[in-house]
Design a binder for this molecule. Structure first.
Ligand code: ZN
Ligand code: ZN
Ligand code: FE
Length: 802
């Protein structure tokens, strides 16, 4: 029970007056009502208000009470709040009569972090399903503890006139709730009710829009649903007809669709849900969680062809709960809820835009009139070793900042190309954007530019430094270069894999140099070649490429990425010097194409070189006949992971050599062995060669070993190689701190096997927890590197020249 200070007892005590500033995520999370409640409890006078820098408070009262108030401010803060700093200054005059919530003030140049969108809380959901409540079945019910935030905020401070709720005038009852300090909706900016708030309708139809949409969904139709961060395309996930219809219309052949179910109980009917997964599904962020599908699952096989995992989320707005409610004649188990767009385009957010762009994709449109200011796709997370492993960081997470381990100038880091996010920095905060998409066309570039402007305005960032990928043809690179030409800003190019490693370092606040392992599909190398199997000795300032996988040709360039069998042929040729191998799938490759590839491999024509680990996974996947042609990114590698037999502990071998030398056949790097240095300079990278591994895979295939065993042996081989190379590098460089990054490490089988080996060898290993290991995390790394290179305080002496 907190002490209560009455007026009478206070008269004899010493008094105190303080001006308090609270920074962090303190707007839109019920912070002012909380402060109001505290001040009342301790009998203090004064005021609280939102400012563009956070929340400002002035209090006056007995010294003891003021002290208790300050302690409670931090200890009892609302669960959605995230306090970074509380500064307290003495106040001289006072004379407050009451404690009040004042109008917000704007201070030039100040900024403050913004809350991500929050899933409907239990109190609100109870009201939505309570026939006696005035918000019964109202799809836009929210309160101080839940509801849209980032997607409706147009400007700071976070007040109703600065959101897309501006146009809705609160009715007297809602206004009463909004003004009542004892009410859960006290100063809840998106507060609304059926009388005064946003409306829902099924385009072109009368009647109850939810009932109408449910009827269409039950019939197997596709409905475009306007949600919180954009449109979804929804259909019944248990209907082959419906899912096939959606696939055909969306031009999405095999890439898995995300699902949504009413509650945990429903999810457990088709997926295995562990305790950590349960917590994540129910979290206020409500991401899509990857769950292992049950064998008796009634979900259509067309939802995620060839996958053992399904991406599942729970409703995060009352509208979703109403659509999925198991009541009446139709009791939906799960709906497909996929982004409302054509493949790889930005997600739709406005009604007229949806009518235009989703025409032909959806049979009906479930609209509402609360505008979405910033679109935001669903986030995707999986549980690994009981912790979150982010795959896409977007709604519910963005724009929650990451703290940089060092201060620096204001930066815009433009990210990479696929799965683009960008990052702006200010006063030690790094605001990594929501998922933008594959910035390969003008539509996505436009979305990128609009989002950059929005973040700059919201967080009051005027970047003097633009960081970008080394790849000259990425649209994000061109944006940076062109903008630098217009504005007097500094360009900082950051090598792709260095950015991957720096992202993981920044997220963990690491300072000293690390041994970084960056495995991914494609990244532009410092030598102009395509990198992707890299060992870097790195800090933020720079890196040295200490080892990499051997270069092999990419026959036909991009074509080899879409057709993994081309990579298989490249690795076969690299390992055996011939394509005359007896493999069943080779019969399926057209004779003329085979001729062309053979000539390309022999002459090196139209064969850029790559050290990509992602492409090696593709090659092995095709080699054992799993995925010959990929219809979406990383499909072949994912299939290889899915098929692996977890019980197999055997492995394959690699050879090592110094760069520039042909790999000495039969020589194998072993743990602790120090390869000959010969006449080569010490800094030359070590090259690990998969040729012996490929030869053994072919032998196994001919011996009738099943793909499940070959895949497991291959995973073990990659994990073992990483350990062996790192043991060698630790001896040579004296660094035992390891960072694993790059899209290949989304493969949890590989990650687990690698970690197990590295832990046994007593390495200190860091993996991603807050940003994706894929290119969605690149921008954070770019920002960290650019910050240090442009004068941010370097936390330790860097061995790398500027
Ligand atoms: Zn609520
Ligand atoms: Zn109302
Ligand atoms: Fe990458």
């Amino acid at each position: 029970m907190p002490p209560v200070f009455s007026k009478d007892s206070a008269t004899e005590e010493r008094r105190a007056s303080k001006a308090i500033q609270v920074t962090g995520i303190v707007q839109g999370v019920g912070f002012r009502p909380f402060v109001y409640g505290l001040a009342t409890r301790y009998g203090l006078k004064g005021w609280v208000c939102n400012s563009s820098g956070g929340v400002d408070i002035e209090v006056d009262g007995p010294e003891e009470a003021v002290r208790a108030f300050l302690a409670s401010l931090r200890e009892e803060a609302p669960s959605l709040a995230h306090i970074d700093r509380i500064t307290v200054a003495e106040l001289s005059g006072n004379g407050f009569e009451t404690f009040e919530i004042r109008e917000s003030v704007t201070r030039a140049g100040r900024f403050q972090p913004i809350s991500p969108d929050v899933a409907t809380c239990e109190d609100c959901l109870r009201e939505v399903f309570d026939p006696a409540d005035r918000r019964f079945r109202y799809p836009f019910t929210n309160c101080t503890n839940c509801g849209p935030r980032f997607t409706i905020i147009q400007e700071i401070p976070y007040d109703r006139p600065n959101t897309t709720m501006r146009t809705f005038r609160m009715c007297p009852v809602c206004a009463g709730e909004y003004r009542d300090p004892a009410n859960r909706r006290f100063h809840a900016q998106p507060n609304a009710c059926p009388r005064c708030g946003p409306k829902l309708w099924l385009e072109g139809e009368g009647g109850d829009p939810v009932r109408g949409a449910r009827r269409l969904l039950a019939e197997g139709q596709v409905v475009a649903v306007k949600g919180v961060g954009g449109f979804h395309l929804a259909c019944d996930a248990t209907s082959d007809v419906a899912v096939r219809r959606l696939r055909e219309r969306k031009g999405r052949i095999e890439k898995p669709f995300a699902l949504m179910s009413f509650d945990l109980e429903a999810v457990k009917r088709y997926c295995h849900v562990g305790p950590e997964e349960e917590r994540l599904l129910l979290s206020r962020e409500r991401p899509i969680v990857l769950l292992r599908e049950r064998h008796d699952s009634p979900v259509s096989l067309l939802v995620a062809p060839g996958q053992k995992y399904l991406g599942v989320m729970l409703p995060y707005s009352p509208l979703h709960s109403l659509l999925l409610e198991p009541a009446g004649p139709w009791k939906p188990l799960a709906l497909v809820m996929t982004s409302g767009n054509l493949s790889e385009e930005p997600i739709c957010r406005a009604n007229d835009e949806a009518l235009h762009r989703l025409e032909g994709l959806a049979d009906a449109f479930l609209f509402h009139d609360r505008p979405i200011h910033a679109s935001c796709d669903d986030s995707v997370v999986r549980i690994f070793r009981g912790r979150e492993l982010p795959l896409r960081r977007s709604r519910g997470y963005a724009p929650f900042p990451v703290h940089l381990p060092f201060p620096g100038v204001e930066i815009l880091a433009c990210g990479a190309e696929l799965k683009n996010t960008f990052c702006v920095t200010k006063e030690g905060y790094a605001f990594l954007s929501h998922h933008i998409g594959d910035v390969e066309n003008l539509e996505t570039l436009a979305a990128f530019e609009a989002a950059v402007e929005h973040y700059q305005r919201l967080f009051r960032v005027a970047p003097s430094v633009l960081a970008h990928d080394l790849h000259p043809d990425y649209l994000s690179t061109r944006y940076a270069v062109e903008r630098a030409r217009r504005e007097a800003v500094t360009l900082v190019p950051v090598q792709h894999h260095h950015a991957h490693i720096a992202a993981c370092m920044a997220e963990h606040g690491l300072r000293a140099p690390v041994l970084g392992v960056a495995f991914d599909g494609t990244g532009y190398g410092s030598d102009g070649r395509i990198w992707g199997g890299e060992f870097l000795l790195a800090d933020y300032q720079g890196f040295r490429r200490v080892a990499h996988t051997a270069y092999v040709p990419l026959p036909g360039g991009e074509a080899a990425i879409r057709r993994p069998y081309r990579m298989a042929l490249s690795h076969l040729y690299h390992a055996l010097g011939t394509l005359d191998v007896d493999l069943p799938w080779l019969e399926g490759v057209r004779r003329e194409e085979l001729q062309v590839i053979r000539r390309q491999l022999e002459t090196g024509l139209n064969c850029p070189l790559t050290s990509s680990m992602g492409r090696l996974f593709d090659a092995v996947s095709a080699l054992i006949g799993l995925v010959l042609v990929a219809t979406y990114e990383a499909q072949a590698a994912m299939a290889l992971e899915m098929v692996a037999d977890g019980g197999v502990e055997e492995s394959y071998e690699w050879t090592w050599a110094r760069d520039g030398y042909p790999p000495p056949v039969g020589e194998k790097g072993r743990a602790g062995e120090r390869p000959e240095q010969g006449s080569l300079p010490y800094a030359d990278p070590l090259v690990v060669n998969p040729a012996p591994l490929i030869r053994r895979v072919v032998e196994d295939l001919h011996a009738g070993i099943p793909p499940s065993t070959i895949s497991a042996k291959f995973h073990n081989a990659v994990a073992g190689m990483v350990r062996d190379v790192l043991i060698h590098l630790r001896q040579r460089e004296g660094v035992s701190r390891v960072v694993l990054s790059g899209g290949v490490f989304q493969n949890t089988l590989l990650l687990e096997r690698t970690l197990r080996r590295l832990e046994a060898a007593r390495f200190e290993v860091y993996t991603h927890r807050r940003v994706p290991s894929n290119d969605g995390g690149i921008a954070l790394g770019q920002a960290a590197v650019a910050s240090v290179r442009t004068g941010g305080s370097i936390p330790c002496a860097s061995p790398f020249p500027v």
